[in-house]
Design a protein around this ligand. Structure first.
Ligand code: SAM
Length: 607
């Protein structure tokens, strides 16, 4: 050995020695870095300390609307392991959070919707004339867990679920009989089967949507028309079939005598929510929808001087369409004609134009209105009625807000603000952001951030993505999470919490859908309607108005057994959440103490 060293020195092999040493040091550094990165989550200790990580993106000035996740929340993503799968650790609860969970009681408990089933308040209402009894009346906190319907099974998977679902999961037979003539839903053995019929399209919805496009060829489903609202949707076959044409429809109807219609829609894997045109604004953003549809949706559009129509005007994009197929359009008895005349008056006052009016081969009539693209027509009206809304009206988020008697002003360059054609619209700069400084840069960074989180972390999480269909993002920001999942056969309900910056118009501009909501209250949806709930730094910033345990009870209500929560949050929030989920008998898995996957089980407390 000494001879070898002597000969190296004598023969002046210094460059070789130098290179060899440098390589050795480099190799040691690499080895050390790799070990520290992937040993931070220790399953035995449940929640060990992690090193403080640097923000992914540093924002000097966040332009309004700011990113929902603050820059300090944005953590550096761990590097991807070369061998593929990330190391998600099963977490064991050492926190001893214990609650003596109770099962909710009563015959209707399995389908309980706290804010819509508050019978004590509903019975005491002084009037029901404006559908007050179908609006939200939330009770105080409910700390019980809902029972499962007898015979409940993991739902039929998409796309088969569009056409058939398990009867035992939603055992409600009334519509089978009540809408027999219109082919809404049929009972067949263990299944409820949906032949695709509706009040105005008994013979199937495809023929009907083609008829709309033929009537007005400007309507290009899945190109310029991407985000649609179906008011009074029934079992949502209209929206369900439009998915084939790359159109995402928010279908809505109240919880009324059309028994379980929205529950059927969601069990089928079709985007839908419980809502009603009553006394309050809908929880959708201004200028959001490309087209609104109503097929005999039983809304009195001209009521109260036309307030329900002003509400449609608010949520319709400038230049957007309202397709109305109802008897006043094509029947001439006195009652229908009275409604038609009232519609003519209100729509003219709102400066809407009739761009098509026609009948199909079976005699069904359709009228299509278009909202103006500038406010100039408002100024030319003889009477300023309805007036243009004041800025105090406009700033209010539509959450427990009364229907207004005014028209929201149309943004300048309304005509130019129509988003890019789908699918470019998803990643193009949303028109509602374009005037903001730095907006383009921020938006691109947000899109890339989510694309990386989804591909590098979420796709390698212990989630069976092929079993996932109905997804909810609890604090959606710009909708980056939903955008990154666009190639999967899923849909995402993007929730913008009412106490966070209002990014919902941006989400709609991108061709996605969502709602405003306050997570201190229960959501307008049936139990067991979502497969996966996602949140990003939501629990950390959760305000102190309510208890995190109540939020978890609500998550448990709306998530299906075998469904997932997927959470990125601070270590403290992850610890708290993990402990509560353990107490509910869920399995909990962690990655880097920053990401949590919880899987709901079929466990329920004893009755
Ligand atoms: C005759 S059905 C039509 C269903 C569906 N559009 C179709 O074509 O098959 C009437 C629908 O309007 C809904 N509806 C009734 N009043 C409503 C209101 N005030 N706001 C929203 N939807 C309403 C009902 O719940 C039901 O879904």
């Amino acid at each position: 050995m000494s001879n070898l060293v002597e000969s190296f020195i004598k023969e002046r092999k210094y460059p070789f020695i130098f290179t060899f040493s440098a390589l050795l040091i480099w190799f040691m550094i690499l080895l050390y870095a790799n070990t520290t990165t992937f040993t931070t989550s220790d399953p035995k200790a449940f929640y060990p300390d992690v090193k403080v990580q640097q923000p992914l993106v540093q924002h000097q000035h966040a332009p309004p609307p700011p990113l929902v996740q603050d820059s300090k929340d944005r953590q550096e993503l761990p590097p991807k392991r070369h061998e593929g799968l990330l190391h998600w650790e099963k977490a064991f609860d050492t926190n001893n959070f214990s609650v003596d969970w109770k099962r909710c009681k009563g015959v209707l408990a399995a389908d309980y919707i706290p804010c819509l089933d508050n019978m004590k308040v509903i019975k005491a209402l002084r009037t029901r004339r404006h559908m007050e009894h179908r609006e939200r009346h939330c009770p105080n906190s409910i700390r019980c867990l809902l029972p499962l319907p007898k015979g409940y099974k993991v739902p039929v998977a998409w796309p088969k679920s569009r056409d058939m679902i398990w009867y035992d999961n939603v055992p409600h037979p009334k519509l089978v009989e009540y809408k027999k003539e219109q082919n809404w839903v049929v009972k067949s053995g263990e299944y409820l089967v949906f032949p695709g019929g509706g009040t105005q399209f008994k013979d199937g919805v495809n023929h009907y949507t083609d008829f709309i496009q033929k009537t007005l060829p400007t309507i290009q489903w899945g190109k310029n028309i991407r985000v649609v609202l179906d008011a009074g949707c029934g079992v949502a076959s209209f929206g369900g079939y439009l998915l084939d044409k790359n159109v995402i429809t928010m279908s809505f109807a109240p919880k009324d005598e059309h028994e379980a219609q929205i529950q059927f829609a969601l069990e089928r894997g079709i985007p839908a929510t419980l809502s009603v045109i009553g006394t309050q604004k809908l929880t959708f953003p201004d200028n959001g929808f490309d087209l609104i549809h109503c097929a005999r949706c039983r809304v009195h559009w001209d009521a109260d001087g036309g307030k329900p129509l002003y509400e449609l005007n608010r949520i319709l994009r400038p230049g957007g369409f309202f397709a109305w197929s109802a008897t006043p359009v094509y029947r001439d008895d006195e009652r229908d004609q009275k409604v038609w005349n009232a519609m003519v008056r209100v729509t003219t006052e709102m400066c809407w134009t009739v761009v098509a009016k026609t009948f199909d081969s079976s005699g069904i009539g359709l009228v299509i209105y278009q909202k103006p693209t500038s406010s100039s027509c408002y100024e030319k009206r003889k009477k300023n009625n309805p007036p243009i809304c004041k800025s105090s009206d406009i700033k209010q988020i539509s959450w427990y807000t009364k229907l207004s008697s005014c028209l929201i002003p149309i943004p300048v360059n309304g005509a130019e603000k129509w988003p890019a054609s789908w699918p470019n619209r998803l990643t193009s700069l949303p028109p509602s952001l374009s005037s903001e400084s730095d907006a383009s840069d921020l938006f691109d960074k947000d899109t890339k951030h989510w694309s990386r989180i989804v591909s590098d972390i979420y796709m390698e999480a212990p989630i069976n993505w092929s079993s996932v269909r109905n997804v909810m993002d609890m604090n959606a920001g710009y909708g980056g999470f939903a955008a990154a999942l666009i190639d999967l056969p899923i849909w995402v309900m993007n929730i913008v919490p009412v106490n966070r910056p209002d990014t919902l118009t941006v989400i709609f501009d991108r061709g996605l859908i969502g709602l405003y909501h306050d997570w201190c209250e229960s959501l307008n949806t049936y139990p067991r309607t979502y497969d996966l709930l996602h949140s990003s730094f939501f629990f950390k910033n959760f305000n102190q108005r309510c208890d995190i345990v109540d939020v978890v009870v609500e998550i448990d209500r709306i998530l299906r057994p075998d469904g997932y929560v997927l959470v990125q949050d601070s270590m403290e929030a992850i610890r708290k959440l993990g402990s509560i989920l353990h107490s509910l008998h869920w399995s909990v898995t962690l990655y880097q103490n920053q990401f949590l996957v919880g899987r709901k089980s079929f466990w329920r407390p004893k009755p």
